[in-house]
Design a protein around this ligand. Structure first.
Ligand code: 0L1
Ligand code: MG
Length: 264
């Protein structure tokens, strides 16, 4: 794992992308200007954005995996999943309001989230390790908002942009991992009362626990572990659906209740 960018370039790009997030403006994908940047550079930029936020007192409240379905990878033209962090101000209560003007071009995804009870540290973490380390799972809706113009990016650019993370909602019912058939678990997403997307848990790397294992293995490449008590969103079960100001959404999770919200 090597760098082609200097420390100053990494810090400058982190500031650039974080400003785009905080002030809700679009930027061009950073590999246009830095075509030789490496995956290590991309993750260093993401971790520098995280460091900047923590230095201002923001708490990191979880992690997310992105691009975890083959359909989504094909749609976005990328070849591997990615991860990002979740900050305290990303949280929106179930039934609450997402402020549309704080975002650029949001989309929503239906996901299943895990909460761990034991640390996981890659390499070599398996689906079985991930399940054994899981305390409970619960429904989640992720709002993604790539800072890149027209959601056009490549994998390195999206990793640097904290994998498009911006807001999330959890709710419904929590269950122990053995109480749910996560592969066949169905979700239905409705916007303004119309069904816009459906899916099953297997869309997430064949089994959502594979996503947790992959997170631990990817973070392990940097010497980082997933601590006990981590909230992890495992990736979209449905396609990401574009949202307009004023839209209401309801996502129904088989046997685990419904998450609702509104973009105002
Ligand atoms: O959570 C996701 O799957 C999205 C990751 C970033 C890709 C995108 O913005 O579509
Ligand atoms: Mg997602």
């Amino acid at each position: 794992m090597t760098n082609n960018l200097t420390k100053d370039q990494i810090e400058g790009l982190a500031e650039h992308l974080e400003n785009a997030e905080l002030k809700a403006f679009e930027v061009t994908k950073i590999t246009d200007d830095y075509p030789d940047m490496t995956y290590k550079d991309a993750f260093d930029i993401q971790w520098e954005i995280r460091r900047r936020k923590e230095a201002r007192g923001t708490k990191i409240v979880g992690m997310k995996m992105g691009l975890t379905s083959w359909a989504k990878m094909a749609q976005m033209g990328v070849e591997h999943p990615c991860y990002g962090f979740l900050a305290d101000y990303f949280t929106v209560p179930d039934g609450g309001e997402v402020k549309f003007d704080e975002l650029i071009h949001p989309k929503i995804e239906a996901e299943i989230a895990f909460v761990t009870k034991k640390p996981l540290k890659g390499p070599g973490v398996t689906i079985a390790d991930a399940l054994a380390a899981t305390d409970f799972v619960l429904p989640a809706v992720e709002v993604i908002d790539s800072r890149y113009k027209d959601f056009k990016f490549d994998l390195k650019s999206v990793i640097a942009d904290n994998s498009s993370s911006t807001r999330f909602i959890t709710g419904g019912q929590m269950v122990r991992p053995e109480e749910i058939d996560m592969k066949n678990f169905g979700v239905v997403m409705e916007i303004n009362g119309e069904v816009v997307a459906t899916g099953a848990g297997a869309a997430v790397l064949g089994h959502p626990a594979a996503s947790v294992a992959m997170l631990a293995n990817m973070m392990g490449e940097r010497g980082e572990e997933v601590p006990a008590g981590t909230f992890i969103m495992t990736g979209g079960i449905t396609a990401a659906v574009q949202i307009n100001k004023g839209d209401n959404f309801a996502v129904r999770y088989q046997g685990l209740g419904t998450i609702t919200g509104r973009f105002v």
